[in-house]
Design a protein around this ligand. Structure first.
Ligand code: HEM
Length: 424
């Protein structure tokens, strides 16, 4: 069971004395006691300048309530995505070049394009593919017995699924996903990633994306990378153009990362939650019809994305608090998902919950997670195969957490979880 100590606020016991940029808060997951107090005492809170915020472009607003996360997500006119979802911001040449740094109408056109990549034929294939991968992954882990659940089980299914969808050959996957992880974590100054190593990773990743695109043009396939490299993007004047090189590069990065890291965390956190709540695990094993609700509860409970950020385009008010144009607001999904205004007894893990309107995939609106259905399907299939094949799972060592700092919206995740599996 993962437990959090009291909020770290030093001598000052007001919750607003907390520094959310302090990595110490996230060493074993999210600081829910801090979030509880923020929702109650300072739901619309301007985080003060601290040494931690200096590296992130200064102070920002923290929205911790479910209702505010939803309202901001659904108002792209007032709350722009142009400067990106991370506090670190987006360089001008990357703005409006990928879904997460776009506002309407560009966003609508780009989203239509990628949605066309998820063809009905491909969607139908996904269930069968996910099941084949899950069986192979679980059987392989069972054969080894002692495994790192995160790397050898939870990560494998989302990585292979998004790679299948994109059309990345199996042999290339470990290297490509390692590069994508380096590129995305490198800008966080706290990690001290060597700049030249990060640049090399970026060059290698994008070179690969170009070569894969050339291959798809030579031999088109029923996959998303073929769709995107051949795509005709509709312009406001009605003409069409291809995606530019930088847009393809950023799509490649977005899909490889968004499609793998978050779902890995949900599967890992889901296993830990079920082992921590044996009554829930037993019910799920006995009543497979509960699986769909269990998946939503796992996603609510784990909330793998810490926050997404927006920029205020015109002076506005949230809950009576004035927020000037140009300020940055952050939407704290793990906090909103434990809001007792929406969820009864929110800190109870309950797979039969009916109040399941969580915001782990975003608060609704244009940017709502493109892969939500895919992620839920992967989590469901993985736990179905674990329940069908594994007799017992024992956690055999300390879980390790990766704490990346608020530069990255995926601030914290369980990176290693040693387990021993035995077959049914
Ligand atoms: C449990 C797993 C996942 C979680 C918790 C998650 C969470 C999120 C969140 C919070 C957003 C931002 C929504 C907003 O700004 O309103 C998002 C956007 C996005 N997600 Fe996911 N995601 C997951 C899995 C996936 C997968 C498997 C894919 C693969 C296709 C994916 C692709 C995307 C993309 C492309 C966007 C940007 C959408 C846009 O800006 O229009 N996600 N996701």
């Amino acid at each position: 069971m993962i437990r959090h100590g009291p909020p770290r606020m030093g001598q000052d016991d007001r919750v607003t004395a907390v520094d959310l940029t302090d990595p110490g808060l996230y060493r074993t997951g999210f600081p829910h006691p801090v979030f509880d107090r923020l929702r109650a005492e300072a739901p619309v809170w301007r985080h003060p300048d601290t040494p931690g915020t200096d590296a992130l472009g200064g102070s920002f607003w923290v929205l911790s309530r479910h209702t505010d996360v939803q309202a901001v997500s659904r108002d792209p006119q007032t709350f722009s995505s142009l400067d990106g979802p991370a506090l670190l911001g987006t360089s001008p040449e990357r703005q409006s070049r990928m879904l997460v740094t776009m506002d309407p109408p560009d966003h609508v056109r780009m989203r239509r394009l990628i949605s066309a990549g998820f063809t009905p034929r491909m969607t139908a294939r996904l269930e069968e593919q996910a099941r084949e991968w899950a069986v192979a992954i679980v059987e392989g882990a069972l054969a080894r017995g002692d495994v790192d659940f995160v790397e050898e089980v939870a990560y494998q299914l989302p990585m292979h699924m998004i790679a299948d969808i994109m059309g990345i050959p199996v042999a290339d996957r470990p290297r490509i996903f390692e590069l994508a992880a380096t590129v995305i974590t490198a800008p966080d100054p706290r990690l001290g990633v060597d700049t030249s190593a990060a640049l090399d990773a970026q060059v290698e990743l994008y070179t690969y994306a170009h070569e894969l695109g050339a291959e798809k043009r030579r031999c088109p396939a029923d996959d998303v990378w073929t769709t995107l490299t051949e795509a005709a993007v509709e312009q406001p004047d009605g003409t069409t153009t291809s995606l530019e090189e930088i847009e393809l590069d950023l799509f490649f990065l977005l899909l490889t990362l968004a499609g793998s890291e978050t779902t890995r965390s949900a599967i890992t956190g889901g296993l830990v939650a079920l082992l921590d709540h044996p009554d829930q695990l037993a019910r799920l094993a006995a009543e497979p019809a509960l699986m769909s609700g269990a998946v939503d509860e796992i996603v609510r409970w784990t909330s793998p994305v810490t926050y997404f950020r927006r920029t205020v385009t015109a002076d506005t008010e949230i809950d009576g608090v004035r927020i000037p144009a140009g300020d940055r607001v952050t939407l704290w999904y793990p906090s909103a998902n434990r809001d007792d205004a929406v969820f009864t007894d929110p800190h109870r893990f309950d797979i039969t919950r009916t109040d399941s309107a969580h915001v782990a995939f975003g608060g609704g609106g244009l940017h709502y997670c493109l892969g939500a259905n895919l992620a839920k399907r992967e989590i469901r299939v993985m736990f179905e195969e674990i329940l069908a094949r594994v007799g017992s799972i024992e956690i055999t060592g300390e879980a390790e957490w990766s704490v990346q700092g608020l530069g990255n919206p995926i601030t914290t995740f369980c990176s290693h979880l040693p387990v021993r599996l035995s077959p049914r």
